[in-house]
Design a protein around this ligand. Structure first.
Ligand code: SF4
Ligand code: SF4
Length: 339
């Protein structure tokens, strides 16, 4: 079974990790049994976040009475030194004394990056947590490859996490080679592009073919966890059939799928456009707990300010009908709430 050294962390993990977003959806008993099965199968790294409602707690429950050690990765959206308190909360939820990798979660642009890196910012809080032995390594996650490029260049991080799939392949050119050169560990989130790609075989074989990275697909059912693990352990490169399917899926989503590149920004109303156009898939992945998440509800409320000015339209290289998508997504979300 293929293992990967996560750069300077020197952690050696299975090339397939596991992501803790979808596990918010099932009932608690089923969720815990899926996580235990994932650990028993042999997955070495579990990723979660403070922002994923019950995910850390469920991992904590699953880890009870499990002998097999796993590498834990979590993250927080807090942007000040108060992230230190978040680390304590993660430890409490997961019932552990240490989290191996703790990330600054979703650093969206350079302004956000400067905020977390400034005196009194979240990076300082994570240094304190590391000095006290509460975390081993500090990471950064972002949908913005420019932010990751800068973070890698600045050299303060042990691990980076980027979106990577055949629908969003740019990290392979823009950040992975740089991170490899600096000996930074690489985690690849959203190998199914956040649930948009439904065919696990082509999606996973595509990301697994990239050297030195660890994709972290989530799974909320035992069936999905087993399917992902089987694809990984069987190995093998992309088949001709996979390549055909990839081309067909790329064509299908060409003018519907947001690649999270942020070229459409800035929005005149300061809307997080990639969030607003991807709202449906995000809400589906988080499940019914979405309304408990203040950060998400704030982004949704902000998206309602779209004035349909159209300024973002010529900046989207994929010609996505941004204001129409935002309107449709908000209407869909409101219909869900009224059900
Ligand atoms: S159309 Fe909407 S999303 Fe695009 S720039 Fe204008 S307000 Fe922002
Ligand atoms: S809407 Fe277009 S420009 Fe904006 S993030 Fe998505 S793909 Fe990129």
């Amino acid at each position: 079974m293929e293992k990967v050294r996560l750069g300077k962390t020197n952690l050696i993990v299975t090339k397939l990790g596991w992501g803790g977003i979808p596990i918010q959806r099932p009932g608690e008993r089923e969720a815990v049994s899926v996580i235990r099965a994932v650990i028993e199968m042999g997955v070495d790294l579990l990723d979660t976040a403070r922002a994923y409602t019950n995910s850390e707690h469920r991992i904590g429950l699953a880890l009870q009475r499990m002998d097999r050690p796993v590498i834990l990765s979590s993250k927080s959206l807090v942007r000040t030194v108060k992230i230190y308190n978040e680390v304590h909360e993660s430890l409490k939820q997961m019932k552990v004394k240490k989290v191996n990798i703790y990330h600054l979660h979703g650093v969206s642009d350079f302004e956000d990056y400067e905020k977390v890196m400034a005196p009194g910012g979240a990076y300082e809080g994570l240094i304190r947590a590391r000095d006290e032995g509460l975390v081993d390594h500090i990471g950064i996650t972002s949908h913005n490859l420019n932010v990751l490029e800068r973070a890698i260049g600045d050299g303060y991080f042990d691990v980076i996490m980027a979106c990577y799939s055949f629908l969003e392949p740019d990290a392979a050119q823009k950040v992975f080679p740089l991170a490899k050169e600096k000996d930074i560990g690489m985690l690849a989130m959203k190998p199914f592009s956040g649930g948009v790609i439904e065919e696990a075989g082509p999606a996973l074989r595509f990301v697994l073919a990239t050297a030195n990275i660890v994709p972290i697909p989530g799974s909320e059912t035992l069936g999905k966890a087993r399917e992902n693990w089987k694809i990984f352990t069987e190995g093998g490169s992309l088949t001709d059939k996979d390549k055909e399917r990839i081309e067909a899926i790329k064509k299908e989503f060409n003018r519907q799928f947001c690649r999270r590149c942020d070229y459409c920004q800035p929005c005149t109303e300061k809307i997080n456009i990639q969030f607003a156009v991807g709202l449906k898939t995000i809400v589906k992945r988080f499940g019914p707990h979405v309304q408990e998440l203040k950060w998400m509800m704030d982004l949704i409320e902000k998206a309602r300010n779209c004035s349909e000015c159209g300024e973002c339209l010529p900046r989207c290289p994929y010609q996505l009908p941004i204001p129409d998508m935002i309107k449709e997504n908000l209407a869909w979300f409101d219909s869900l709430r009224n059900q």
